[in-house]
Design a protein. Structure first.
Length: 85
């Protein structure tokens, strides 16, 4: 089995969500996360691009997506890229 790098786009619920707090919460709840960057969307709204490394065993990338989706302040989390490392 190998390792898979996944990139997720995480959309906050509103402009009022503190992205620094959201980043810290994502890193605390999902140990596979390696990097988080802000991505401007428009009208002051920013998404987070989250990079994580997981095993390519079935369902691990979906589990990371689901775990991030559960965090307070997250409207939506979706995998936008997936590649073998």
């Amino acid at each position: 089995m190998g390792t898979v790098a996944i990139i997720l786009r995480v959309m906050p619920e509103s402009l009022d969500v503190d992205l620094a707090v959201l980043k810290a919460e994502i890193q605390k709840k999902v140990p596979a996360v390696r990097d988080i960057r802000e991505e401007p969307i428009g009208f002051g709204l920013k998404a987070l691009k989250v990079a994580a490394l997981v095993n390519d065993a079935g369902g691990e990338s979906d589990a990371v997506e689901a775990e991030i989706q559960k965090i307070t302040g997250v409207e939506r989390a979706e995998i936008v890229e997936l590649t073998l490392t």
